[in-house]
Design a protein around this ligand. Structure first.
Ligand code: ZNH
Length: 130
């Protein structure tokens, strides 16, 4: 679970991400959603969806004390309606870590890496599957 220290690290790092959600989300999600016609990096649907996913992550950063409650309806949507394979969450989290590390090479210390990794795992949108 996330320690208080992890939470602070995530919040401090996320201040850098603020305002760049679309770019980062676009990069991290472009390998998904193959059913969309135009999947080229930077295409409108990918950009838009990347922004939506990242906005949800940013929202979660402000709710680290009750992630399960904050993400309840979103996690139900993914488990019951969208039926996203849980393995995909791991891949997306990994993509996000890669994009964050290359976008902010100086800020992405090993400490930040571990804290963000824990945070993304704690988002647990796949929790309802269990
Ligand atoms: Zn998801 C949708 C978030 C992951 C798939 N998403 C969505 C939304 C959101 C999200 C916010 C919108 C909703 C509404 O509208 O209501 N996601 C998210 C997050 C994450 C995710 C935060 C992580 C971190 N997803 C994911 C994955 C996948 C997905 C992994 C697969 C692969 N989503 C999805 C889909 C959708 C969504 C399919 C729908 C889209 C449309 O409809 O357009």
């Amino acid at each position: 679970t996330l320690s208080e220290k992890d939470k602070n690290i995530v919040k401090t790092f996320w201040a850098k991400v603020a305002g760049r959600e679309e770019d980062i989300g676009c990069d991290a999600t472009k390998t998904y959603f193959s059913h969309w016609k135009d999947l080229s990096p930077g295409s409108d649907p990918v950009r838009k969806h990347g922004g939506i996913v990242m906005a949800a992550v940013t929202d979660a950063v402000s709710k680290t004390d009750d992630l399960t409650g904050a993400l309840l309806s979103l996690s139900e949507l993914h488990a019951f309606t969208l039926r996203v394979d849980p393995a995909n969450f791991k891949v997306l989290s990994h993509n996000l870590l890669v994009v964050l590390s290359t976008t902010f090479p100086n800020d992405f210390t090993p400490e930040v890496h571990v804290a963000i990794d824990k945070f993304l795992t704690a988002l647990a949108l796949s929790e309802k599957y269990r």
